[in-house]
Design a protein around this ligand. Sequence first.
Ligand SMILES: [Ca+2]
Ligand SMILES: [Ca+2]
Ligand SMILES: [Ca+2]
Length: 182
Amino acid sequence: MSNTSTIARKYDRAFGLFDVDGNGVIEKKDFDLLADAVLRVGGIKAGTVKERELHKTFHACWEAVSAFDDGDGKVTREEFHRALQARFSERGLLEQHYLPAMEASFSVIDTDDDHKVPAAQMVRYLEALGVPVGEAGAVCAEMDIDGDGHITREEFRAGWMDYLLDTTHDTVGSRLLGGNTA
Ligand SMILES: [Ca+2]
Ligand SMILES: [Ca+2]
Ligand SMILES: [Ca+2]
């Protein structure tokens, strides 16, 4: 398979993930729904520092994703592909547009602030993101690089970066969005 089709399929999976309400377009409210799902996993209440930071970073992500919106507030599959290519396709771009939301998400699910999250909690997070219940455990196990039953902030970051940057291999990240079942 060519890199191009691999990337296109990955973007399509990402589209399905971000279209939380499944209405065929990505809107700002999808990001709010996603943020709320992550907050529920961490048991974080509105008005806290973690909640504000999560919403702030998710809204910044929405701004990046909607960069090619034609102005109707609905990001179509085509607009989404163009946005990912322009805003998320290289490490520098990714760190600028996506890393803050990832770090804020980790802080939300790391309820005791020790910079590691038990595997069971990570599985709940992955399921909240829409990873199928049957696959979340395997994804989590791959993310846990040293196999100690906890996902550190570094392991979390590496798993996501793998997915978002790697276009050729079957990484943790591509499993994250169902890479084996395309
Ligand atoms: Ca939607
Ligand atoms: Ca922790
Ligand atoms: Ca670990």
